[in-house]
Design a protein around this ligand. Structure first.
Ligand code: UDP
Ligand code: MG
Length: 159
């Protein structure tokens, strides 16, 4: 019988990924989940929710002084969003790469924004920009906490 050493999970981290109202409306929730699943990342929380203005203002508090802030909060309040927590090696940085540049006209083809949208004010998805932001955002969107589970499949993803 072949045996393998347990996968090295020491560099695992979590990120907050959110499908924005335009993504939910356009039926792209599955497409976005599919890309993170196929990459090998692990789902730890998932919920469709209608965020309050207050929650959105907290989520985007670093952008409160930007001229586009009121429009951003209105956009994000315009319908339900799907919040998710994904776990894995360098998932914060890699998740941002999978989303693509903030302005979809500058997002590379092959990224979610590069493949599916055009305008910065309708850019489909959110991803935390650092491990610290991710922890803050996960606590904000999933106050009851995300799941913690060991995936047997990890030994096929990590060496
Ligand atoms: N945004 C916008 N106009 C801008 C810059 C940003 O409407 O000029 C929106 C856009 O939806 C973006 C969000 O504000 O995703 C948050 O901006 P941030 O700079 O944090 O970009 P992200 O982290 O989402 O790539
Ligand atoms: Mg951001």
């Amino acid at each position: 019988q072949l045996s393998f050493p347990p996968p090295n999970m020491s560099q695992t981290e979590r990120t907050y990924i959110m499908v924005k109202p335009d993504g939910v409306e356009r039926g792209l929730v599955g497409e976005i989940i599919k890309r993170f699943e196929a990459k090998g990342y692990q789902l730890c929380a998932l919920e469709l929710m209608q965020p309050s203005k207050d929650l959105l203002e907290q989520h985007y508090r670093d952008l409160a002084s930007k001229p586009f802030f009121p429009k951003l909060v209105a956009y994000m309040s315009s319908g339900p969003v799907v919040g998710m927590v994904w776990q894995g090696k360098e998932v914060v940085k890699t998740g941002r790469k999978m989303l693509g540049a903030t302005n979809p006209l500058e997002s590379a083809p092959g990224t979610i924004r590069g493949d599916f949208c055009v305008d910065v004010g309708q850019n489909l998805c959110h991803g935390s920009d650092s491990v610290e932001s991710a922890e803050r955002e996960i606590a904000l969107w999933f106050p009851r906490g995300a799941a913690s589970w060991t995936r047997r499949f990890d030994s096929f993803i990590y060496e």
